[in-house]
Structure formats: C-alpha cells, structure tokens
Ligand binder design. Structure first.
Ligand code: 13P
Length: 260
C-alpha cells in the first residue's frame, strides 16, 4: 500500500485579523495532538503569516499562503512573491476557484504560480474543479483535464513530489452554491485525475500524488470524504474557522489512519 500522508488544510480565506488568527491557533493548539501520518496546515491571510510563523509549534502545524505572485521580485505593486514567503510557509494554495472566478486567474497564471512555488521550495496546493454550469453541461472532465495539464505544464516529473492537488468542485463550496457532493461523485473525479496523471507522468507519479477534497467539508461529513479511495485529505473553508469543528476533523482523520 502507498504511504501517502493525510493533509487537513484550513483555508481561512479573507477572515480573521492578526489577533483573531492568533487566538484560533491558540485554541487549536490546545485541542490538536501531533500525529505522525497527519499534517495540519493553516492558511491564514497574508498579514497573519509572519506572526503565526513565530507562534506555531511546527511539529503540529504548517503554514500555507492562500496565494502569491509568480514573479520573484519587481515593480508589481501590491503583490507578494513566493520568494518572500520562502521562510514562512511550506505550502501555498494556487488556483483556488475564488482566484479564478473573482480575480480573473487564467490557466496560464495558475501554471506560472505553480512553477514559482516549486522554484521557491514551497509546495503548491493546486486547486482544480468545475463550476456548476460546467458540471450541468457535462464539461467536468474536460475542465479538470485542462486545468490539470496546464497547471503542471512547466513542472518536471521530479517536481511532482512537491505538488499537492485539491479537487474542489465549485458547486460544492459553501460560499458558492454549496451543494454537498456525494462521495461517489468525488470518487469518479479523483479516479479521473489519477488516470490523467498516470498518462502524463506514469503510474508511480500518479500513485504518489496527494489529492485533497474540498467543498463544504465539516466535522459531520469529513469521514465519508476521507474514506473515498484516493482522497488524501481535505481542504476546508468555513468549518476551519471553528476550532471545535476543525479539531474534530483532524481527530477523524487520525482515527481513519490508525484503523487502516
Ligand atoms: P468550504 O469548506 O467553505 O465549502 O470552502 C471550501 C474551499 O473553498 C476551501 O478552499
């Protein structure tokens, strides 16, 4: 069997100021235990990364940026580069649907950001997933295919060890339509993604890739999603802001791992 670890990632999106972020970490720290096979990743706002990097117990928590710019430096007013984040984070979310839909990120932008993350020693968590309209029109596979192949285009197969994928159907995200995806739908999508990876990079690379699921995951439904074969963790939005729920989700992940 594979030895892929389990990743539980909290994407706090544009919530919590520095003080509130620190308080949430404090509460999580009291409740979450370190588990060897489980990595707990927190993605606060850009502003909170620096103070939290000093606060966290790095054996227990890793940090992720929610985004960054693909140039390493230059006259890009308002942007922060992956180079600047190098000492602070191990991960960066790349190509989140909110970035694609609200901020016009194209397939090529996501490709360049994924490459910039890897170049700077940061593991990109590359988000892919179709919108409700694409889903209803039967376009899901084509969309996933296009997003996946372009995002990985400038990476070598060796780089893939430093990449995580997250399948987040936009229609299942709480702040968009928020319809709960059924585990068998996730199963099909994840299988499709691994088949694509195998075609592009070989069977071994496809088996090693960590693939997370995201979309209205909470402490009630996480078990069903984590039990889908090939799902290696969760990318959690709204429920990650609640320390009871987030700690419970980490605990569920742990129970599933020790039983396996
Ligand atoms: P929700 O868990 O709030 O649906 O958000 C999912 C998401 O977008 C995580 O990146």
């Amino acid at each position: 069997m594979h030895e892929r670890k389990t990743l539980i990632v909290g994407n706090w999106k544009m919530h919590l100021n520095v003080h509130q972020s620190s308080l949430l970490v404090h509460r999580l720290n009291e409740r979450i235990k370190t588990h060897r096979a489980i990595e707990v990743v927190l993605a606060p706002s850009m502003l909170s990364l620096q103070p939290l990097s000093l606060q966290i117990d790095r054996r227990k928590f890793k940090l992720a940026a929610q985004d960054a710019y693909f140039k390493d430096e230059g006259g890009y007013t308002g942007e922060v580069s992956f180079t600047m984040l190098g000492d602070l984070v191990e991960y960066a979310i790349v190509g989140h649907s909110a970035r694609r839909l609200y901020f016009g990120e194209t397939l090529e932008t996501v490709r360049d950001k994924a490459a910039a993350a890897v170049r700077n020693g940061i593991t990109p968590i590359i988000c892919i997933g179709e919108t409700k309209q694409e889903h209803d029109e039967g376009q899901s596979r084509q969309v996933i295919h296009d997003q996946l192949t372009t995002a990985l285009m400038n990476l070598t197969s060796r780089d893939l060890d430093k990449v995580v994928l997250a399948y987040e159907p936009v229609w299942a995200i709480s702040t968009f339509d928020g319809i709960l995806a059924k585990p068998h739908e996730i199963d099909q999508a994840i299988k499709y993604i691994r088949t694509q990876l195998a075609d592009l990079y070989g069977q071994r690379a496809a088996e090693k890739m960590l693939i997370l699921y995201g979309g209205s995951v909470d402490d009630q439904d996480i078990r069903a999603y984590l039990e889908v074969p090939g799902v290696d963790g969760a990318l959690v939005g709204a429920a990650s802001l609640n320390y009871h729920q987030f700690a419970a989700m980490v605990d569920t992940a742990y129970q599933i791992r020790i039983r396996a």
